[in-house]
Design a binder for this molecule. Sequence first.
Ligand code: GAP
Length: 442
Amino acid sequence: MSPAATTESLDTIVSLARRRGFIFPSSEIYGGLGSCYDYGPLGVELKRNVKDAWWRSMVQLRDDIVGIDASIIMHPKVWEASGHVNCFHDELIECSNCQVRTRTDQIDQIEPKCKANKGSEHAWGEPRQFNLMFKTHLGPVADSGNEVYLRPETAQGIFVNFKNIMDSTRVKVPFGIAQQGKSFRNEITTRRFTFRMAEFEQMEMEFFVKPGEDEEWFTFWRNERLNWFANLGVNRDRLRHRDHEKDELAHYSKACTDVEYYFPFGWSEIEGIASRTDFDLKQHSEHSKKDLLYRDQVTNETFVPYVIEPALGCDRAILTFLADAYKEEDIDGNKRTVLSLHPRLAPTKVAVFPLLRKDGHPEKAKEVYKVLRENYQCFYDEAGNIGKRYRRQDEAGTPICVTVDHQTLEDQTATVRDRDSLEQSRVKIEALKSFIFEKFGF
Ligand code: GAP
């Protein structure tokens, strides 16, 4: 049985994301551009926090993984070697009456009746192969000699730097190289908000292992990656692994497992963990004529490492965190919308309010705000009644609100309100930082 989603419709999340300044359609004043989105003031903080959480767990807290930041535009031969020029295709079909287009494997996501033909069945044409890479030209003259691609995955920037990393660091197999950055795909169908975009950000890590040890590492990363979401607060019942069938595997992989999340539109992939064998290094070695062998310094053994790749889309991770944190509650007959984001991810950690806009409250509240923002992303707000200010922060996912009132001026305590339990406690101003540290764990 499937678990319950936090809301029945993705539209509720889209509407909250827009209303609170998390995510806007790109170029909205011109009508928007399907499949491209902009992150607003809260969204950009959330995105930075998601990227930081990933980087911290995948690079900074591990001794066996290093990071890189490769260019988006790479030598066109990279994409010949990787197989993307020949194999990175989707199958497209088009209705000859209403011109709606879809991937053949996503036909079930299309409105089944044709709009142009009085609601009868679509008249699907022959399937066509469609390469997903965006092409452009490097230099002032647009001819076939200077055609380049916008990268469709960050992974290849890692493979082509394998030798550089081996030559410039002291990494030893098993080790990983991680990268975050933009990728581009000319997707045929782009419904479902930021789930499938033309321009998106990936967070990928290639883990190089001795052939024969790949299965054990595949199992390790498969579990590690699902736990990453759960440790950041995602409900475990809405997370699962799905192993790929042989006929689903990408041209480079021997095995692949998706981490799936139960969205309002059903179970869908949020991250893929692939066993890429030695495919990429061998291909690049052959096409570049460079030696990409690994030499074991102790045994003098040489081999082409096998690769386990956890590949995550940052935007899809953000959609997962938003969808999972979304809650509607009834508080004494009033509806409350709240985003129960993990404090590490919350765009604002603490909101500080004066109860009144007079009697010295704003001055004292600004003092508190300035002290807290030395350690935490804070927000100061004195507009509207206190109830409305709390509601705004609930929708923004702020875990703690601190309110300064008459009593603060007498005994130097402030009210601390917890977003999830709604509990309020009085805390000495000088103890606020340690109170928050204990609550958040950072
Ligand atoms: N290097 C392997 C690779 O790119 P993928 O399964 O095609 O594998 C990895 O992509 C992840 O990137 C996906 O699980 C998803 O989270 C994200 N992703 C892929 N295409 C996307 C798109 N069009 N929009 C948003 N995220 C996307």
